[in-house]
Design a protein around this ligand. Structure first.
Ligand SMILES: *[C@@H]1O[C@H](CO)[C@@H](O)[C@H](O)[C@H]1NC(C)=O
Ligand SMILES: *[C@@H]1O[C@H](CO)[C@@H](O)[C@H](O)[C@H]1NC(C)=O
Ligand SMILES: *[C@@H]1O[C@H](CO)[C@@H](O)[C@H](O)[C@H]1NC(C)=O
Ligand SMILES: *[C@@H]1O[C@H](CO)[C@@H](O)[C@H](O)[C@H]1NC(C)=O
Ligand SMILES: *[C@@H]1O[C@H](CO)[C@@H](O)[C@H](O)[C@H]1NC(C)=O
Length: 335
């Protein structure tokens, strides 16, 4: 990226900042990142990370290990297996999980996502595959979507002993925040080539506070413009760093309602997928998330909106009682 566009990234935020009256928020400072002249990002605060825990003698919620998915892209996945699967021949459902971080931050081994996935494997008795996809701006969208579809083919053709515990005919795509956006967009591609993914049969998608946007502000974005977790200047910057060059927030990747929604949603309906969207009123994204539910309902896709009072962005992973609501819903999705 040229220096001119680096400057324009900054000025864009200043413009939006003044529009919503929070020009005091510098998103680069808020995220502790700097954009380099070559277009790469320096991430100064790496969130806490956890190592995998493959040892069955350790008292962890679930076993975990890291496996390379595509060496040339440096993508890998952390696989979680409930302890009791080691002593059982019963096949467990599969959850493919995509972590959050605005497309630009975090990892499958970030403690926040690791703990959630380990507890989910235990409490839903599922095999969980959490993908470490390529981040923007080094790899702009659709790179993360491509990786997220590729991991499904990798799972399908892998003969790793842990994956042999999974019943691929009961698979779910799940993601939080930007990961929810990724699950949705990877889901659209997966639906288009459902026959190529066999024996994986996706039964549904669980989208936790999925990160979507649009050029026209929603009431919740305006009301919570200065939110301390994801204020508007921060989400604007995340889009600017992750969308393809020249795209605005009404691009199909960020705004799923544009042009009446993806045509492939008809296929998702025909496949009988069930979709669950989680959100809460304290999250600036809540109106986008409700908008997605409305879009899917209009397409006659089986969708359930699970919206809660108060809260904030991140609450479904950060609060065990809220995580349990997600785990409970997952068990109702399995046919
Ligand atoms: C940014 O990261 C640096 C290096 O880790 C750290 O010293 C600093 O405290 C961080 N600043 C903020 C605002 O988090
Ligand atoms: C997390 O993954 C990154 C690579 O994406 C790696 O550099 C780091 O060492 C890993 N940390 C842990 C604790 O596994
Ligand atoms: C695993 O889940 C069960 C309930 O399904 C719970 O009783 C147990 O404490 C969990 N184990 C760990 C280590 O979290
Ligand atoms: C791995 O990534 C490379 C580079 O994008 C691609 O050409 C190759 O097909 C991928 N391999 C697999 C097994 O998907
Ligand atoms: C980022 O913002 C600048 C300034 O408005 C714009 O020219 C550029 O196209 C944006 N880039 C993306 C990927 O949205």
């Amino acid at each position: 990226m040229s220096l001119a566009s680096v400057v324009s990234v900054v000025s864009l935020c200043v413009v939006y900042g003044s529009v919503v009256g929070n020009s005091a928020i510098d998103p680069f400072k808020a995220l502790n990142i700097t954009l380099n002249p070559d277009g790469t990002l320096t991430r100064l605060s790496i969130p806490p990370q956890s190592p995998p825990s493959p040892d069955p003698n350790l008292p962890t919620p679930a076993l975990s290990q890291d496996l390379t998915v595509n060496q040339s892209k440096h993508t890998w996945a952390r696989i979680y297996l409930p302890h009791k699967a080691l002593h059982s021949k019963t096949k467990l459902p599969l959850i493919v999980f995509y972590h959050g971080g605005g497309f630009i931050l975090s990892s499958a081994n970030s403690t926040y996502f690791h703990d959630f996935c380990a507890n989910m494997a235990n409490q839903t008795e599922s095999v969980v595959v959490s993908l470490d996809y390529r981040l923007a701006p080094e790899h702009r969208l659709p790179a993360a979507y491509e990786d997220s579809l590729e991991v499904l083919h990798w799972i399908r053709t892998s003969n790793h002993p842990w994956l042999c515990h999974a019943d691929y005919s009961r698979s779910i795509l799940m993601g939080e925040s930007a990961g929810g956006n990724i699950a949705y967009n990877a889901g659209l591609s997966a639906a288009a080539e459902a026959h190529l993914l066999e024996p994986i049969k996706i039964q549904g998608m669980v989208l936790i506070q999925p990160f979507f946007g649009g050029t026209k502000r929603t009431p919740s974005e305006v009301r919570l413009a200065q939110d301390y977790t994801i204020p508007l200047p921060v989400t604007d910057l995340m889009w600017n760093l992750s969308l393809p060059f020249g795209a605005d927030r009404d691009y199909e990747y960020s705004n799923p309602t544009i042009k009446g929604g993806a045509r492939i949603l008809d296929q998702i309906k025909a496949l009988g997928w069930r979709v669950a969207v989680f959100g809460c009123e304290g999250d600036p994204l809540v109106d986008r998330d409700r908008g997605l539910v409305k879009l899917l309902r209009g397409k006659a896709v089986h969708v359930v909106g699970n919206f809660y009072q108060g809260g904030r962005h991140g609450i479904f992973l950060g609060q065990p009682s809220m995580s349990r609501k997600v785990f409970h819903l997952v068990t109702t999705l399995y046919k």
